[in-house]
Each structure stands twice: as C-alpha cells, then as structure tokens.
Design a protein around this ligand. Structure first.
Ligand code: ADP
Ligand code: ZN
Length: 486
C-alpha cells in the first residue's frame, strides 16, 4: 500500500487545469507551517472527476511524487463484495497508517462504490458502514499534520451529499478527455522511452484519435512498439502507430466514441449553430468555450456558456432565447447538410421541458394566462411535474407547447440562414481545432462580418467571396494564437 510513486507532473500531459488546481495541495504538503501560521485551514480532500483513463490516478500519484510524500491507496470497488465490517476496519487501518506517515496522500479510487447516496438505493450494510467510517475518519484527523485525501470518480452525481460537505471533499477537480494538443502531449510523454523513426508524426496520430483518453494513447504507443517488433523492425514507424490506433480504437468503438471525419464536421456545425445564435440574440449568455471532444457524460460536443452574473430569475424573453439557442444545433445541421441527425435529442428534451414549464408553471402563455397547470412535487427526489387539469386542457397544452417549439425552431433557422458564411467559417475552424475559446469565436465572427459588410458597401466590384472569408479567417486565427502565446 505504501509506495514511493516516482511519478511527477512531467508524466501527466494534457491536464494543465487540473495540475494547476493541485499545485496548492503540493505546496501545503511541503510547507504546512506557511498556511497554519496565517491561520488558513488546509484542504482535507479533493475529488478528481472525469471519465475512466484520463489520468486521475496518475495525477494523484504525481501530487505525492511532486510533494515527495508517501502515497496510500485503496479502491472503492474492492469493498463491494466484502463481509460486513471488513471495509470499515480497512478504512480505519488506512487512516492510522497515514497518520503515522504524515505528511502523505491518501487516494481512494472509485469512491462512488462506497460513497453512493444512502437514501437512493436499497440498504447495503457493508457500504454504509464503510462510508460512515470514512466520514468519521475525515472529520477526526487533524489537517495540520499534512494529510490530504484525493478521491476519484466518474459518477459525481451519485455521491452522498455528506461526502461533499465543507471539510470533506469540498473541492472538485475536473479531469476531462484531452483535446488535440493534449493528446499530442500525452503521446509525446509515452514515446519518450520508445525508439521512434524520425518520420513519425505524432500530430497526425493526435488528429486521428479524437475522443481517445490518456490510457488509450499510452496503449497505442505500446501496441505500436510491439507491432514494430513483430514486423522485425528496431524502431517504431508511422505505419505501426496508425495500425495500432485502429487496434486500440476499433476494439473500443462501442464503449468510447471516436468520431469519423464526417461526424466530426456535423457535430462542429451543430455546436457552432448553438453558439452563433447566442451571439446573434441579445438576451443570451456569452460563449466561453466550444468543443467537439466527445464526452462520456453523453454529449458529442458542447458550448459552454457563462452568465455574467448568477441568476435566480429568468424573464420570458430569456427563456425564449434559450429555446432558440437550443434549436440552433439542429437548425445548423438542416441548413448546411440538408439532413438531420440524432444529435439533437438532448436539446429537444431540454427545450420541450422549458416550453412546457413556461406554459404550465410560469404563466407565460397567452392562452392559459396565470393558471397553474402543473406543479412540481417532491422536488428533491425526481422533481417530475404533475398535471392538475382535465384531459382536454392537457391536449391543448400539448398544442401550445408544439407551437412554441416550432416558432423557436423557425427563428433559429431564420437567424442562421442569414449568417451561413460565418457559420461555415467558425465550424471549419472548430473542426480543425476541436476546442475554441469564446474569444476566438467572437474574433472570427467579427472579422468575417466586417469583411462581408465591406463587400456589401462596395457592391459594384466583384469580389471572390470565399477567398475573402478564408483570408479574414486566417487573420483572425493568427491573432487569436498570438494572444494565447503572449
Ligand atoms: P484513471 O484513474 O483516470 O482511470 P489512470 O490514471 O489510471 O486513469 O490512467 C491509466 C494510464 O493511462 C496511466 O497510468 C498512464 O499511463 C496513462 N494516462 C492516462 N492519462 C494520462 C495523461 N493525462 N498523461 C499521460 N498518461 C496518461
Ligand atoms: Zn445540441
């Protein structure tokens, strides 16, 4: 259990944000006095959240390695099949050992296996006892000794609230799937000790593995080395890498999502469709980031929007804007590819429930006025609304919802069809980069627009429009890159 991990941050690539959040913990483990002197309470626990294979365990080990402290670990799934009482006593022993070896790191993998919410499932005595023991150990130990508990999970939503309270796992560090640059960096880390031919192009391998996580990439490099040996070579060549991409990826196609180039393009247009609507409508929240790196959480891509301030009330206009935004994805698919895909299922579900709530709960429909037609019962369990009206009214509600949705979709199509050049320019850029920031998005938007406006005023001259657009795009791109570098 006790081990010098020998892992450092140099071994973890493509997780810069996560590393940044962990630097503080390392500093604390090395110099607890600094924090104690000023009266700061030190962090007890942090939760590493993300899909399997993204490097959560590796990061925890790297924290121990960087801080040069011992690493104790334990896996939640190991407790599931145990006799009652064994789990709790393991937890007790672990903490006792840790206290004797402080400063140190305790790492609990798959914490959801013990930390599942207590009120949702049938009771499981063993798990409950283990969880209770863990909670009481966490409350009992003295942080000034320098013990930090890191735990990993890919299902944060099932965790018992008690685990997330202040003084327990009150920090959450997201360890998501890597984007293109992250994948290339991970490939570099893993090829450090592998003999590679000079012609090997890791960038190309990174491009071919959209959706792959760190463990897939580590596996790809290793498989390629084995293939090279099998083919009687002494160094790995690009063809070995490409072949192992298929071996590793094809074997997992069902479980993990690796997008084909066409799919990637459709997803990019879909996401930019959402984002562009927010830029074109005034009540929308600004775009922070757009990505088409597939997530295990279900989405193939997403637009991260950040409101300017925390909001507790939404106006009718804001809700309507939200509906149009949600349909921006599907509208872009239809306008640009003349086809529609299953990718909008989640958008449709969300839009429908918003539209329904507007009509039945928020009194925002002309037809029904202020009548409360639905109420939400047991808000803390499933939160499903319950209808309080007759059958006839119920079917009228359905029609109203349908009309509101249709109006929103038409609005989305109308907005996008006036901006197809911009949509294409940004979507192509996104297809290539996979993740772009809100700033890059706005820069390209403005550049392409100013160019187009300029053309419209010089209506007499004939201009090669597509060349102009791509020129504007290239300019915006290089500026955005400059800003990132600087
Ligand atoms: P998790 O705990 O998130 O399921 P692991 O940390 O166990 O994932 O990762 C398994 C292996 O995959 C690691 O030992 C490492 O070889 C490789 N790996 C995963 N993520 C990364 C990364 N970000 N950088 C470098 N290697 C990685
Ligand atoms: Zn969507």
């Amino acid at each position: 259990m006790l081990a010098d991990t020998g892992v450092t941050f140099a071994d973890v690539a493509g997780q810069e944000e996560a590393k940044e959040s962990l630097v503080e913990i390392i500093d604390f483990l090395q110099k607890p006095e600094k924090y104690l002197r000023i009266g700061a309470k030190c962090p007890k626990g942090a939760l590493l959240v993300g899909p399997p294979g993204t490097g959560k365990t590796l990061l925890a080990k790297a924290v121990a390695g960087e801080a040069k402290v011992p690493f104790f670990s334990l896996s939640g799934s190991g407790f599931v099949e145990m006799f009652v009482g064994v789990g709790a006593s393991r937890v007790r022993d672990l903490f006792k050992q840790a206290q004797q070896n402080a400063p140190c790191i305790i790492f609990i993998d798959e914490i959801d296996a013990i930390g599942k919410s207590r009120d949702s499932q049938f009771g499981n005595d063993e798990r409950e006892q283990t969880l209770n023991q863990l909670l009481s150990e966490m409350d009992g130990f003295d942080t000034s000794k320098g013990i930090v508990i890191l735990a990993a999970t890919n299902r944060p939503e099932v965790l018992d609230k008690a685990l997330l309270r202040p003084g327990r796992f009150d920090r959450r560090i997201i360890v998501d799937k890597p984007d293109l640059k992250g994948r290339v960096d991970i490939l570099k880390v893993h090829s450090k000790n592998v003999l590679m031919h000079d012609s090997v192009d890791l960038e190309a391998i990174g491009l071919a593995t959209s959706g792959a996580v760190g463990s897939d990439l580590a596996n790809i490099v290793n498989e390629a080395a084995i293939l090279a040996v099998k083919n009687g070579r002494t160094v790995v060549k690009q063809e070995d890498l490409l072949e192992s991409v298929e071996v590793v990826i094809a074997g997992k196609e069902k479980k993990d999502r690796i997008l084909s180039p066409e799919e990637k393009k459709i997803v990019a247009y879909h996401e930019v469709g959402h984002a562009l609507i927010t830029a074109l409508m005034k009540d929308a929240e600004p775009v922070q980031k757009i990505t088409i790196v597939p997530r295990t959480m279900g989405a193939l891509g997403y637009v991260l929007q950040v409101p300017e301030e925390e909001k507790y009330l939404m106006s009718k206009d804001e809700l309507k804007t939200r509906l149009v935004t949600l349909f921006g994805g599907r509208a872009a698919e239809e306008l640009c590819f003349h086809t529609i895909t299953t990718g909008a299922a989640n958008d449709i579900e969300q839009a429908t429930s918003i539209a329904r709530a507007m009509i039945t709960q928020y009194g925002m429909s002309e037809k029904f006025g202020l009548m409360g037609l639905e109420s939400v019962e047991n808000r803390y369990l499933d939160g499903r609304p319950v209808l309080n009206c007759g059958d006839e009214t119920a079917s009228e509600i359905d029609h109203e919802v349908m009309a509101l949705l249709k109006e929103s979709y038409d609005k989305a199509k109308e907005l996008l069809s006036g901006n197809l050049d911009v949509l294409a320019a940004i979507a192509d850029h996104l297809t290539e980069k996979e993740t772009i920031t809100g700033k890059e998005f706005m820069d390209i938007l403005h550049k392409v627009r100013t160019k187009l406006q300029g053309e419209n005023t010089e209506a007499g001259e004939s201009v090669d429009e597509s060349a102009e657009v791509s020129e504007a795009l290239a300019e915006a791109q290089s500026e955005a890159e400059d800003e990132i570098d600087g």
